[in-house]
Design a protein around this ligand. Structure first.
Ligand SMILES: Nc1nc2c(ncn2[C@@H]2O[C@H](COP(=O)(O)OP(=O)(O)OP(=O)(O)O)[C@@H](O)[C@H]2O)c(=O)[nH]1
Ligand SMILES: [Mg+2]
Length: 198
């Protein structure tokens, strides 16, 4: 284990090690995983790039950019970028095929420690977010809420939206901007709280 961990640590942070919907192609070394979850276009891939300080994950203004489960190597763990939900413009068949695989991943994936729900700070949590909460609770997984695109709000709105989102989630909400990189240290701290390095 320590040898494998050492090799992981030596690997460049953010290296894409798998991009797939097929469980057989996912990493099998058992290293812990933290997933980025959330509605399409919330900025999951942008946040991942901002945290890594590099343009590694593809980003698009068109929702539905990430269509496979992407595993990025971190020191001794994997950061997992998931396809977003709530995207209506791809075919219904394709959408449900992706959705089923993501759901199976969330239900069955053993190395998963938990997730960061990324949402647009201007939206309120909806049914999908409630489902994510129930999923995390049922598997006893960690869940943190990251409200992205804070750059779209003025100072007063920031205070209001953070309070409103915390009231809705009944969880602490980390207000960030992947664009301006504000408050990313709080996201890193949440990840470090799981005993992972970033
Ligand atoms: N203003 C602003 N725009 C952002 C921010 N983060 C992401 N965006 C924009 O939001 C759009 C979607 O970003 P992505 O990172 O591709 O979103 P995603 O959640 O990965 O989307 P899917 O892959 O479809 O699930 C892009 O146009 C980004 O430039 C932010 O902090 N502020
Ligand atoms: Mg994405």
């Amino acid at each position: 284990m320590s040898g494998r961990r050492g090799a992981q640590e030596a690997a460049r942070s953010g290296r894409l090690v798998a991009a797939t919907l097929d469980p057989a192609e996912m990493p099998s070394d058992g290293l812990p995983e933290v997933a980025f979850l959330g509605r399409s276009n919330a900025g999951k891939s942008s946040l991942l790039n901002a945290l890594l300080g590099a343009q590694i994950a593809p980003v698009s203004s068109k929702p539905g950019k990430t269509s496979v489960i992407c595993f990025y190597a971190m020191p001794g763990w994997y950061l997992v970028d998931l396809p977003g939900y709530g995207y209506a413009q791809i075919s219904k068949e394709r959408r449900s095929a992706i959705g089923e695989r993501v759901e199976a991943f969330l239900t069955n994936r053993q190395p998963l420690l938990g997730g960061l729900v990324v949402q647009d700070c201007r939206r309120d949590p909806e049914e999908e977010e409630a489902l994510l909460r129930r999923w995390a609770a049922s598997r006893n997984l960690f869940l943190a809420v990251v409200a992205n695109k804070a750059d779209k709000l003025n100072q007063r709105e920031r205070v209001e939206r953070k309070a409103a989102l915390e009231a809705a989630w009944k969880l602490p909400v980390i207000l960030v901007s992947a664009r301006t990189r504000e408050n990313l240290e709080a996201v890193r701290a949440a990840i470090r709280g799981l005993g992972l390095s970033i």
